[in-house]
Design a protein around this ligand. Structure first.
Ligand code: AMP
Length: 174
């Protein structure tokens, strides 16, 4: 999987000084790299016998929607507040400064659904943990989390404790 690293561009000091931004647009620009990432994620989600995929705005949509098409599963978007038109459930999570929240439609997950949550990158794990809470609030079961990149030095482990997680590549420091 380390070959995948060659397709990810690291951009220092974006969006602010001291942050190394892992840019997946270069992976998307390479059909071989994108295909490799999707195939690994597809295998994982198939093994979890998921009923639906929840993808996190915005880059989680790119992977999540492509995977939903491959697996012929429903795709459910988790979005920033105020973007979804129908009734929503919402969860807040902490940022470095302040809080943010994320929403899904109340009919996005049905009671008893097995759900895999997809995003491009796990940093602190706060966003993913909030989305998992929403799935559970609606009676769904999070059977897995799948992400292309993980930054374990942050660390996300305790926020995602109890969830089975697939991460294709990790970076050890900023
Ligand atoms: P977190 O809630 O801290 O795990 O942040 C995860 C979200 O922020 C993901 O949707 C990522 O797309 C984005 N993100 C956070 N840190 C980075 C980074 N260093 N490079 C690229 N994306 C990031």
């Amino acid at each position: 999987m380390d070959k995948l690293k060659t397709y990810v561009r690291s951009v220092p000091d974006f969006p602010k000084k001291g942050i190394n931004f892992y840019d997946i647009t270069t992976l998307l620009d390479n059909p071989t790299g994108f295909e490799e990432a999707l195939s690994e994620m597809e295998r994982y989600i198939r093994g979890k016998k998921a009923d639906r995929i929840v993808g996190i705005e915005a880059r989680g949509f790119i992977f999540g929607a492509a995977l939903a098409d491959r697996l012929k599963l429903p795709f459910v978007p988790a979005r920033k507040p105020g973007k979804l038109p129908y009734r929503t459930v919402s969860a807040s999570y902490d940022l470095e400064y302040g809080t943010d929240s994320i929403e899904i439609h109340t009919d996005g997950v049905k009671r008893g659904d097995k759900v895999v949550v997809v995003d491009d990158l796990i940093a602190t794990g706060g966003t993913l943990a909030a989305v998992c809470k929403l799935v559970e609030k609606l009676g769904g079961e999070v059977v897995g989390i799948s992400a292309v990149i993980g930054l374990p030095f942050l660390p996300y482990d305790h926020k995602l404790a109890g969830y089975d997680t697939q991460i294709l590549i990790t970076y050890d420091s900023e």
